[in-house]
Design a protein around this ligand. Sequence first.
Ligand code: G6P
Length: 590
Amino acid sequence: MCGIFGYVGAKNNAGQLVVKGLKNLEYRGYDSWGVACKVGETAVVEKDIGKISSVDESQFSEECGMAIAHTRWATHGGVTPANAHPHLNASGTIAVVHNGIIENYQTLRDDLKTKGYAFKSETDTEVIPYMIEEEMKATDDFASAVRNACSKFDGRYGILAFHTESNTLVATRTGSPLIVGVGEEGYFIASDIPAFMEHTKVVQYLDDGEMLVTDGKSILFTDLETGQEHPKREIEITWSVEQAQKGEYAHFMLKEIMEQKDSIARAVNQDEQQIQVIADAIKNARGTFIIGCGTAHKACMAAEYFFSVVAEKHINVTSAGEFKVHHHFLKPESLLIVVSQSGETADSLEAMKIARGKGAKVLAITNAEGSTIDREADYTLLINAGPERAVASTKALTGQMAVLMLIAHTMVDKLHEGKTLLLETVSMINDMLNPRYVEHIESLAEEIQNTEDLYIIGKSWNYPMALESAIKIQEVSYIHAEGFAASELKHGPLALIEERTPCIALLGNDEVTPDIISNTIELKARGARTIGIAPENNEAFDEWIKVPDAGAAQAIVNIIPIQVFAYFLAVKRGMDPDMPRNLAKSVTVK
Ligand code: G6P
């Protein structure tokens, strides 16, 4: 949540550069934007509410070798120009952008007020420049003052700061990601790689509890507390700039949906020895837990069925934010599987910390190589989906489910069978996602766009997909959508059904099919407009969206037409599917 980006180096258009780059991080927040450019010995600040993508960067000074910028997802304080970052001290010499939350800001703010500081915003961030200013009373060294100020902050944050009288950029991190792009003409420091990908593909990661100081020519990583130097590796990233762009598509969401025919295949293409090591670790664990947030949590729920049906192994599923209360079940022999597209979600990171605190091992299933979750896990499987930019997760989900399905097969010595199943599924998805198919779903979205409520039912692994369907529809179209276990209908949800209420049933071709057909007929009998997503048509359906029969991989197939449907519902209703209101892609606050 919130994106930050700073640059210092030989280029003299730093303000333009950081605003342009930050447009690639808009998925992290789009409430307001701001930039501070160091021009001579002053900080020139521009900020406003609205999306950074609407800002013309050519307006910023071309005489600037250092700048920091921010795109905001509001936490403390409303969406106002005053609350937009950067925040400065009263004399305008210290400029700060911040991602995260300074949890003890109220105490610090009260204390600073007694010392005469006047606050202009309602944010937690504004205490940072004032705290640094206070520390500068004891030292002339800006970096030391930042270090000393940080020792007084509680919470999780990533901070970029500069002082107008020095040419160094300082960054600190406890919790919120910061990645350094190492360029020939300077250093780029951002919340995520796409900000600077057009300049360099060589990166260094700032870890939790670290600080960096750079003047654009060299960079020094130190321990935030002790000041001790930390040597860093340079890593070359494998994504291309094109992968992170929309290309011919109107929106990232549609691009990412269509990419699934390739991305699932990449997820399946895992190192067999590594998958075997992980399958053995799960088999030998005394208690396996699987956690994630949002869509990743629905992948975890689907995995519970994969492991149960394919490997006859019970795993415990919890939403990452709920994991804390279950900590007493963890032992050193336990295993925690953390599923996260971004590898930076605060609740997932906290669950991981709890598990490690109990001595348990952690397996990460993530899309983000080098992310905190990847780096801190004992084992990692990358889903290799490529950058996912739309807030609504699509290709990451199917990649996560493919990897989990592969692990389940490997646990019962059926790795190759699992691989074949998944690759056949990929080929069926390729055939399915043809223009006529997409048009059919678009026309259904056209008809249903004005509904106020929409319900989705599923059973077995289609139950988590019903929940995921509801998330997809809610987040991009703002229609009230809810998913249910089909068997639960008669215990409450049926009372919601009115004449022509759209109800989607997700089916496969398996032993639960007759049950869910009966439930769909029950819905129809109460007047619902029933839509079956199923390999075969049935008189229970008013409308049928055909999907291939993918056996145990049916969940992976069935969610795809829903993603397309949700996309078109959003577009028909005039919403931007890539940037749903109130949401952000990377949820780095609890
Ligand atoms: C946000 C995103 C979702 C995502 C969830 C978990 O809510 O909008 O798409 O599923 O966070 O994120 P993660 O990166 O941990 O998978």
